[in-house]
Design a protein around this ligand. Structure first.
Ligand code: ADP
Length: 473
């Protein structure tokens, strides 16, 4: 299949998936809000249940205290609780709303509301009983029409009997029982709603993570298909030695466009993966958390790959050699690496390096790669010491970048200059295996050679030559 078609299919798939991810993320946010609403209703219903129970107990206590002491302070307290409960006086939080109305605001089903109605009726009846007790203490008695117009001597005994006998107790139970039923129903319903939202949320999240994974997998596969093809073609072309330069140019251009275009969707994936990590990493556990970590790691790795490939494809594009002061070039590189150098206590030494005619960006990339490798592959307990040496030959200059790092097994001396070949692949040394392949291409562009001398555990010396006369050389 033609590479450009593979690449287009990959791009379109990623765009479609990104759209799906955006829609799902919006859903996720909406669902999250609903979940918070359901949890809020649940919390409020607990508060109201507590208040109802508390106020009912207060009423009983105040009325009983009154019939025992005949002190009007208890009657005032009793009336205040009743007024607050009926929405005639403000509650402690400043709102003036009856308990029944606050319950209605939570939004009930019909069976829940019916239970509440029963409780309210029973409660009104109990208030009536308590009123009879209050009035008996004052010597006022019911005339049969609901008015306390019969005056006689106070009957404290009767008042106490009303408030403490079994009948009162039973009537009180009849208020609390439907309220308990009501809250059981409400509790079950809101609990189910919260669980349903949570399940839905988790499934959505899994789909989003799954899709991002899929994008990554498709991304990585297409990426390698493209690469493999490019490299195969380059090899074939180099072997047949026909039109190498033009074809290489074409392929470089293609690598450039491919890696450049890959970076665009990749940046979007990286933003999403960051969003995921910040928003959901702590909310998930086990495989969920691990997946987010893998996504983050893989996206960062893909980014270094595309960046290195961009460099690979840029080598030798539309530039002319210039006379370059290598000392200044190295000063510049040191400035760029200040943070890395300070962090690792690196010393870089060089003296009076000659001017050379070279491609500026490429020569810079060459030194930068060798120096960053010398720092990256350092020995854990030893501060990196890098020396850059220079020697003038008949037709060429030879440069050497020497380090005191972990060194390289010499049986791999050629392999390390091939693309994607890495010797140290544990977590400590992250990399793409493109750096030295880039160096080789740069040196070849300068009609020179690059090689390494090294001893494991002692350090490495990377040497390269540059022809004096680059144009005719
Ligand atoms: P990477 O991205 O892995 O650093 P490179 O192409 O720059 O890729 O290097 C290829 C491999 O050569 C590295 O993975 C590492 O194992 C080895 N290597 C490169 N430079 C050094 C060095 N200065 N010291 C020891 N090993 C090195």
């Amino acid at each position: 299949m033609k590479l450009s078609i593979v690449f287009k299919v990959f791009q379109i798939t990623i765009i479609i998936m990104l759209i799906i991810i955006i829609v799902l993320t919006l859903f996720l946010q909406k669902n999250h809000k609903e979940l918070q609403k359901a949890e809020n209703i649940r919390y409020k219903s607990y508060v109201i249940a507590e208040e109802l129970k508390q106020s009912s107990d207060d009423l009983t206590r105040y009325c009983r205290s009154y019939v025992l002491t005949s002190d009007s302070i208890w009657e005032n307290k009793y009336l205040k609780v009743l007024d607050i409960r009926n929405g005639k006086l403000p509650r402690p939080d400043g709102h003036t709303i009856s308990l029944l109305d606050s319950m209605k605001k939570l939004g009930f089903t019909k069976p829940e509301f019916d239970k509440l109605k029963v409780a309210e009726n029973n409660s009104n009846e109990l208030v009536w009983t308590e009123k009879v007790a209050f009035n008996a203490v004052k010597g006022l008695f019911d005339d049969g029409s609901g008015k306390f117009s019969i005056k006689a001597s106070p009957d404290i005994e009767m008042a106490r009997r009303i408030m403490f006998d079994k009948k009162y107790h039973d009537e009180k139970k009849m208020i609390m029982a439907p309220i308990r039923d009501f809250f059981k129903m409400l509790d079950k319903r809101t609990h189910d709603a919260v669980i349903a939202y949570k399940v839905f949320n988790n499934s959505l999240l899994r789909v989003v993570i799954g899709l991002i994974f899929l994008i990554l997998v498709i991304g990585v596969i297409s990426f390698f298909i493209v690469l493999k093809n490019i490299i195969q073609k380059m090899n074939v072309l180099e072997a047949s030695n026909k039109l190498v330069m033009t074809k290489n140019d074409e392929l470089s251009r293609f690598t450039y466009i491919a890696s450049h275009d890959l970076q665009e969707p990749l940046n979007t994936i990286i933003s999403f993966s960051k969003l995921l990590k910040e928003g959901y990493h702590d909310k998930l556990e086990g495989i969920g958390q691990k997946s987010i970590e893998i996504i983050d790691e893989s996206t960062m790795r893909m980014r270094s790959l595309t960046t290195d490939l961009l460099e690979y494809s840029r080598i030798g594009r539309k530039v002319k050699p210039e006379i370059i002061d290598v000392n200044k070039l190295l000063e510049n590189i040191k400035l760029d690496l200040t943070e890395l150098i300070d962090k690792n206590n690196v010393t870089i030494t060089y003296n009076n390096l000659a001017e050379v005619s070279a491609y500026r960006n490429e020569l810079r990339m060459l030194f930068l790669n060798l120096i960053t490798n010398a720092i990256k592959y350092r020995k854990e307990t030893v501060a990196p010491e890098i020396t850059i040496e220079f020697e003038e030959g008949k037709d060429e200059y030879t440069y050497a970048v020497i380090d005191n790092g972990i060194g390289i097994d010499m049986q791999f001396k050629d392999k390390i200059f091939e693309i994607f070949q890495r010797l140290h692949t544990n977590d400590q040394y992250s990399g793409t295996g493109i750096g030295l392949a880039n160096c080789k291409r740069i040196v070849e562009l300068h009609k020179g050679e690059i090689w390494v001398r090294s001893e494991v555990g002692k350090g490495s010396k990377f040497l390269f030559t540059i022809k004096k006369d680059l144009i005719n050389g």
